[in-house]
Design a protein around this ligand. Structure first.
Ligand SMILES: Cc1cc2nc3c(=O)[nH]c(=O)nc-3n(C[C@H](O)[C@H](O)[C@H](O)COP(=O)(O)O)c2cc1C
Length: 393
């Protein structure tokens, strides 16, 4: 062997050694300190990727079990009763992250008690043209105009039929229903969803609040909502089953007090009732944003700019409904304090989405442990005791 060949061999061995060392180091770092690894390695990479790609990668990582199980046992103070179920904690993943029901098991593993999938439309549809998701890191916010990209009822149902429902011990699977863009019978689209998924859903969401499907938000008007909910209630009654999943309505944060009062009058009537509210979806408002360029993008804004707006709306609806209709609070929750404020305003349980985009799976444990501390410090024995305590009825 010539000297040159020997040198080449040495260089190759050195390269393999370095590569092996780096991979081992990364693996040990990942295993020993996932939170640090996520923050210092995975998060910076994910923030450099195109937001939709990053979303897809996150869903795939959860689907294939690449994120470790959360090393946090839910403390007793986080126990929550919601919709007649005992949950180990009150935190859920909001609709729009796992639109097609791919990552349910992984989402449970990283600590969510509630997994809401969807929005699912009856027929498959591609959604709006790309790009359709935009980050505003300076504002800890996101604008999206996905427009209900959905694999459709049949495909999603097939996946759910293969799901081991035992993973929902002390948890809930919610199915968020949408309507097809080209459908001119919204009530029928939601009724189809109820009929399709009632055996598997722990609750349904009638989503009439995404800003990216033309005409969808007008379904929140009194007359339209009456028609829609009367049809949904009729469908629910017609089900030949003891299992009738509760029906929740997801609202936009951009409604006026008068509109909210109208909604309360509809959902309190026997034939058009709902069992719960989700407050809120994304906003079309764009006030006080630092990133004025991305702010011009059309779509729904989520994250930090939504925190107070959605909390205020929860407070108003808790008051208007006299605390009688359970509320899932969602919008700009990044910390235990944000979650606690929504509970005091009247939310029974909570959901997050944008915080997961910016902080990854470790955010779930952070919110839960901070919330547990706050509840204990303020003398509450469990979440239910604190619900609505900041509102004078
Ligand atoms: C990228 C993206 C997609 C979303 N898609 C849906 C959806 O399909 N259906 C729905 O009801 N809400 C959807 N939402 C709204 C969220 O469920 C949630 O209501 C909103 O983002 C506020 O919570 P956050 O500030 O924690 O993100 C989406 C939100 C984002 C950021």
């Amino acid at each position: 062997m010539s000297q040159a060949q020997k040198n080449l061999r040495k260089i190759k061995s050195l390269c393999y050694l370095t590569l092996g060392g780096t991979i081992s180091y990364q693996f040990i770092y990942y295993k020993k300190d996932f939170e640090g690894y996520y923050k210092n390695v995975l998060q910076p990479i994910s923030q450099r990727l195109n937001p939709e790609w990053s979303h897809k990668l996150g869903v795939s990582a959860l689907k294939y079990g690449l994120f470790p199980s959360e090393n946090f046992e839910d403390p007793t103070v986080l126990k929550t009763k919601f919709l007649n179920n005992e949950l180990s904690n009150p935190i859920g993943i909001a609709a729009g992250f796992d639109k097609h029901g791919d990552a349910i098991k992984g989402l449970r593993k990283i600590g969510f008690a509630i997994v809401e999938i969807g929005s699912v439309t009856p027929e498959p549809q591609p959604g709006n043209p790309k790009p359709r998701v935009f980050r505003l890191p300076e504002d800890q916010a996101v604008i999206n105009r996905y427009g209900f990209n959905s694999e459709g009822h049949d495909m999603v149902l097939k996946k759910l039929q293969n799901l081991d429902k035992n993973i929902f011990d002390r948890g809930l699977l919610g199915i968020n229903l949408g309507k097809n863009k080209t459908s001119d019978d919204a009530a029928q689209d939601y009724s189809y969803g109820i009929q399709k998924f009632y055996k598997i859903a722990d609750y349904f969401v009638i989503n009439v609040s995404s800003p990216n499907t033309p005409g969808l938000r007008s379904l929140q008007s009194k007359a339209e909502l009456q028609k829609l909910l009367s049809e949904a209630n009729k469908t629910m009654k017609s089900l030949q089953s003891d299992k009738k999943p509760p029906l929740l309505l997801k609202l936009a944060p951009d409604l006026s007090i008068e509109e909210l009062k109208d909604i309360v009058s509809v959902i309190s009537a026997k034939d058009t009732k709902v069992d719960g509210l989700i407050i809120s979806n994304t906003t079309i408002e764009r006030s006080n944003l630092n990133n004025q360029i991305v702010a011009q993008e059309t779509g729904g804004l989520s994250g930090r700019p939504l925190t107070d707006k959605s909390t205020e709306m929860i407070r108003i609806m808790y008051k208007l409904t006299k605390g009688k209709i359970p509320i899932i609070g969602v919008g700009g929750i990044f910390s235990g304090q944000d979650a606690y404020e929504k509970i005091l305003a009247g939310a029974s349980v909570l959901q997050i989405y944008t915080a997961l985009i910016y902080h990854g799976p470790p955010i779930v444990k952070k919110i839960k442990s901070e919330l547990a501390d706050l509840l204990i410090q303020n003398g509450y024995k469990n979440v239910n005791e604190a619900v609505g305590k900041g509102v004078k009825l």
